[in-house]
Design a protein around this ligand. Structure first.
Ligand SMILES: Cc1cc2nc3c(=O)[nH]c(=O)nc-3n(C[C@H](O)[C@H](O)[C@H](O)COP(=O)(O)OP(=O)(O)OC[C@H]3O[C@@H](n4cnc5c(N)ncnc54)[C@H](O)[C@@H]3O)c2cc1C
Ligand SMILES: NC(=O)c1ccc[n+]([C@@H]2O[C@H](COP(=O)([O-])OP(=O)(O)OC[C@H]3O[C@@H](n4cnc5c(N)ncnc54)[C@H](O)[C@@H]3O)[C@@H](O)[C@H]2O)c1
Length: 461
């Protein structure tokens, strides 16, 4: 390790690795310091979670669908989900990603040091080596903080040890019932995961709707669909206490009601992991919302940037990549404005939900005059083939320019469609042009033709 680097990156998740490789390739001397390579991304976030969701999907389809066309013994489809085998599968995927990240850093010429970093001054870090336990001081020209996020503890007294996204594979057997506290991204995904394994699932949400950052019509349909699929919802719920009684846990609510569940999974939001960095020693100002950032993701110490989950703005992988690329370019001398509206979101649940761009309300706040067109698909061939015939696509576009401003999707294929809408929004395409495009059959993209036709014949509202 040198005594000074042009850039030190703290954290080797997608944000840190991306920033480091871009800057090394541009000729800067770069040190990456991280507890490990792969980040929360691999071991508790997107990779682990999407792999677990995929396995639960396969398991559920095997149990419920194969009997329609394969003559297999009834016993086979009754076999329980195997957490031990699944853990191996998930670890195998994470190992591949860690190798890919390591190769990327090596090929670009970034140096990696396994350790925990904190600031020791305006241009100085103190690093505790994971291997030797020794402390080192290193100076930086610029520092990029890509330390990710963490689960804040649930501030509810409990005698029960909770499940979180990073410890579900400690389970030995499938629980009979699970209460999922929090109906946001993680809560909806893991409610789906446990339901697919055959558990009784209850989502306990403190506000009046789940996935509150999505379009209200999309979340209403999702709530109905969850109920139909056996995922119970308890909204406006205020848990005051959790008690473990034998093999069960009891959640007590402030209205004197209670609920029993074998396991409790907690997903009540995440916070930027910046509290243990001694940012104050580097002269970084904090406010009640965390660290103040300017439009270029710089803190009040202009040589220190925050990217990815640590920035506290958005917690998505596309954001980790985009914000870190933006900062790498900024350090290399390229000045641009960041466009937040182009960040698509997808949840791989039953059915999928996705969103990109503005809701009607956001479009109005931004000064547009929005119109809406909706298409409900019940007979779309692609959807029927894979066994779900309800879908809603709601598109927001500007009355004058006809440019698409946002798309909000509920149904099978939501992950495919949101990609198409992301391209359309970023390319500034007019909604009435999309009836002319030629798509393959059967695909979900055929919905775009129908939406275009609808706008041409009836117009939006
Ligand atoms: C259950 C779950 C599911 C998710 N699913 C999706 C999804 O489907 N799609 C999606 O887009 N996003 C998803 N996300 C979010 C996504 O995982 C994160 O946005 C992404 O991992 C953030 O990347 P990052 O590089 O900012 O941080 P991370 O990937 O968390 O990496 C941060 C790294 O910094 C290290 N570090 C922290 N502090 C220090 C320190 N002081 N010194 C040294 N190293 C340090 C950590 O050890 C870690 O290695 C999910 C998140 C969760 C929790
Ligand atoms: N598919 C994806 O892209 C994906 C998947 C998972 C996570 N993520 C990212 O991770 C972030 C964190 O996800 P999350 O689900 O933990 O947070 P979230 O902010 O999405 O949802 C947290 C939910 O918990 C509720 N809540 C808070 N305290 C509660 C309490 N005491 N009792 C009951 N409900 C309570 C909130 O009202 C909210 O609905 C997300 O914002 C998202 O950016 C993305």
């Amino acid at each position: 390790m040198q005594s000074k680097y042009d850039v030190i990156v703290i954290g080797a998740g997608p944000a840190g690795v991306n920033a480091a490789t871009q800057l090394s390739s541009a000729g800067f001397s770069v040190l990456v310091v991280s507890e490990y390579i792969g980040g929360g991304y691999c071991f508790s976030g997107s990779i682990m979670s999407n792999t677990a969701l995929y396995l639960s999907y396969l398991y559920n389809k095997f149990k419920t669908r194969t009997v329609n066309f394969i003559d297999i013994p009834e016993e086979a489809v009754k076999a329980p989900f195997d957490f031990k085998k699944s853990r191996k599968y998930v670890e195998n995927i994470s190992t591949k990603i860690v190798k890919a990240f390591t190769d990327q850093l090596n090929e670009a010429g970034s140096e990696f040091f396994q350790g925990i970093a904190e600031f020791a001054g305006k241009d100085k870090l103190k690093i505790l080596s994971r291997q030797t336990g020794k402390k080192h001081e290193v100076k930086f020209g610029k520092c990029i903080v890509a330390t990710g996020s963490y689960n804040p503890p649930l501030e509810i007294p409990s005698t029960k040890k909770f499940l979180y996204a990073n410890n579900i594979f400690n389970l030995q057997t499938v629980p009979a019932s699970v209460a999922v506290i929090g109906g946001g991204f993680v809560g909806c995904e893991y409610a789906t995961f446990f339901r697919r394994l055959g558990c009784d699932v209850h989502i306990v949400e403190k506000t009046d709707r789940i996935l509150s950052t999505f379009d209200p019509q999309v979340t209403k349909r999702l709530e109905d669909s969850f109920k139909r699929n056996g995922i119970n919802l308890r909204k406006n719920a205020n848990i005051v206490n959790v008690e473990k009684v034998g093999n069960k846990s009891i959640l007590f609510f402030d209205d004197d009601d209670n609920m029993e569940a074998e396991e409790i999974f907690v997903a009540v939001g995440r916070k930027p992991a910046v509290n243990n960095l001694s940012l104050e020693k580097a002269g970084v100002q904090m406010n009640e919302n965390g660290v103040e950032l300017d439009q270029s993701f710089r803190t009040s110490n202009k040589n220190i940037y925050l990217v990815g989950d640590a920035s506290g703005k958005t917690m998505l992988v596309n954001w980790a990549y985009k914000s870190s690329s933006f900062v790498a370019k900024h350090i290399s001398g390229v000045q641009r404005k960041f466009k937040y509206e182009f960040m698509p979101k997808v949840l791989y649940i039953d059915p999928e939900v996705s969103s990109v761009g503005f809701t009607e309300k956001e479009a109005r706040v931004k000064g547009f005059s929005p119109l809406t067109v909706k298409y409900t698909y019940t007979n779309l061939e692609k959807s029927l083939i894979i066994g779900f015939n309800k879908g809603l696509v709601k598109v927001i576009y500007d009355r004058e320019t006809k440019r698409i401003l946002g798309a909000h999707i509920f149904g099978k294929g939501a992950s495919e469609l949101v990609t198409a809408f992301t391209l359309l929004i970023q390319s500034g395409i007019k909604i009435d042009n999309i009836s002319e495009y030629i798509f393959n059959h059967p695909t979900f993209a055929e919905v775009l033709n129908e939406l275009g036709k609808k706008v041409k014949t009836k117009g939006g509202k």
